[in-house]
Design a protein. Sequence first.
Length: 406
Amino acid sequence: MTAEALCPSAESPAATLDRRLLIAVFAVSNTVAYVVLIQILPVIIDNMADDLGVSRTAVAGASTISTLMGALAAFPIGRLMDRHGGRMMMTAGSLIGVGAAVMWSQATSLAVLYAAFVFVGLAIAMSTYEAAFAVIVVATDAPHRDRTILAVTMIAGLSTYLVYPALGWMNTEWGWRTTLLVLSAILLVTAVPGHLMVIPSRERHRSRVQRRTGVPVGAAFRQRRFWLLLIAFVGQAGSVAAFLLLVISYLLSVGHSMWIATSIPVSIGAMQILSRLALVTVLRGVALTPVACGAFAIQGLGLMLLPLAGLSVPVTLLCVSAVGIGQGVGVIARPSIIADNFGVAHFASVLAAITVPMALARAASPLMGAWLGDWRFLVICGASALVASAALLPLLRGGRVSADSP
């Protein structure tokens, strides 16, 4: 995040209104989409397993299918968004998400559930953060881009954590099938009209892209900084994915009570919010690449030290919180640093080229962690985050492609 990005220049009233509408729509639509398509699963997984007569592991496999489908679809979605913008893509993605949730609610077998999650993965790729970032990077000027991304992720990130009690109540009172139907209806009446009315049209998108510069994805592949960024973001994402899945099991295995083991991970969400607040307060004006480098290092050190924490709750809390710092900064850092290094004209394609291996890492790293099953997975996750931090070091003094160059 550049200094001018957090100390923005003046913009016209019309541009300010458009930007604020994007923030409002994306904050709401991403919150609802993540709740419906991702965060409801751990709330209802036990009820689903009992109802379908299968194991929790079999139900959880649907999430892997969703992740792999998102990886498969990411690059063609990115190319289409570079050419045509995000209005129809994100609107269609929200509609697919509605249909996927309805299909999920009616599942009577694993085959139907897995088929529904193929569409869940497609909807996530078409209508959540990655697509929203691609719209924001083109629709806003560089001095306002990072603050817009920060606002969306702050609101959506906090909202998705606060909604868990309501999801638990809905599941208890209505059952998992009715809960999914209600959530799909909320997605239909919020995200679909919001995306259709507020996201810039194809003509407006093309007009803005023509005034910008950017590195084509093929040329990006030939640049050393692309591969350094890929290593950084893939390493950090894989580290977080494995840890989030296994943290409660690990804390129970070393002797913490169920209450402690389930309460400590809340610090991850809290530190994500606090780290983003820090970007607009104490770190205001600091370039984002060194901030990400430091945050990934903190994440890695926290994970490496966690096996030494034993039953000390304060030390364990500090180590787990370090993951929240890395994740909180990483979500914002990726679109900003990619836009700074490769420009705007082909942003969605370059972002997708990094998103694909990130998705594969998120799918594979939990399997690695579950296979190891003890403190060794923490060491590997920590080392992965430290490698991610090291990969950013050569970029600290690198140049950037101006997103608004003629």
